[in-house]
Design a protein around this ligand. Sequence first.
Ligand code: CA
Length: 467
Amino acid sequence: MKIFFALFSLTLAITGQEKPNLIVIMTDDMGYADVGFNGCKDIPTPHIDSIASNGVKFTSGYVAYSVCGPSRAAFMTGRYGQRFGFERNPQYRTQDENMGLPLGEDTIASALRKVGYYSGVIGKWHLGATKKHHPLKRGFQEFYGHLGGGHQYMPEMLNIEDSYAAKDEPQSYRTWILKDHKAVPPRKYLTDDFSDEAVSFIERNHNKPFFLFLSYNAPHTPLQAPQKYLDRFINLKEGKRRTYAAMVSAVDDGVGRVLSSLTKNQINQNTIVFFLSDNGGPSTKNGSNNAPLRGNKGDAWEGGWRVPFAVQWPLRLPKGTEYDHPVVSLDIMATIAARAGAPISNDRPLDGVNLIPFLTGKKEGAPHQGIFLRKFDSGSTAIRSGNHKLVTYEKKAFTGLYDLREDIGETKNIRDQSPEEISRLKMLWENWNKSNIDPVFKGLIHTPAWQKKRNQATRKKAKTNHK
Ligand code: CA
């Protein structure tokens, strides 16, 4: 008991305070411009915006990949997915233990568990659909969600009871929701269901340090919203944007309920709340908007991986500030690990940085020398360093250098003006890439259904060009 007490005191001495709770609210395929704090006009997001106005808005907030799975794997480990071969969207395979977040990697939840945190994930998992990849095997104590990369939203669409009986990605969209290991009968519109569960999690666990990952699959396709949310947007033309707006609005309501629950339970001050999207918007698919950024989900252009990103922590962070140095979703784990005194294994070093000293002004300068992207299958790369961004597309022998301070839309290629800067950025990228490995599993793009879709698209394009 004495030893336990001494260790407890030591931990408190190291952290110098009570451990903060962590809530990460992640949306799926939301555009950079689709929150009020980034200038959105047609979809009010007052609750999401309140995170930025009560804390810090990141103007250059990135994720570590421009599609869902690898972006989430990187966020969840605090390490670039290329370090451990997670560089593709996994196929939905309930028996393939290679298909998901490698079992040797620590997660935010497993690291925090060592220092007494209680963790839950609500919503989309997408880090492997085998029983060994289940969130409860990866450090979490609670799970309420779906294992695959997306889901149908309406209860009547969920007609496969057993998640492990689904044979592919489209079938996985129709499974019942898992509560820990048990399938539960469909309850209501999925976004509202996840919000209910998030509030319940806070109500049940507010008296101990916790980590809640609220992983909305909205506003990822399929585009579906109940009339009550659609009715908020009668001014918008019927179509993708209107349904998308309704879906975002449902998320915003949920964020509001989560924030109110923190206040009600008197833990608002010492809870760090991050909000971000897992990648940029695929605008033609779901009606999202990445303006003024160039490109979409999947791209190495800014629209692929620069996302709406904000954090509040009333106890420590200044209110209503903007932070312009580039930050990345990998920083979330480094930040909470530092504040909670969670041990990090030496052979799996974090790629993120504890942001708190930078946000309070204790540390000056940029947290990162560079933020890196490598897309193995398309042969594209990118690095953001300072105001500069270098993009390469190997297959097209393309190199682009942009000054994002002057040209956020990547419209003016200045590569011929700055050969030295290109060399510097290439060297930084090569140094980063030295510790990377090739992908360890095949992705969704290797499934016959995906290839058929791609061939159809190519044929359609050829036909259009011929005209
Ligand atoms: Ca996504």
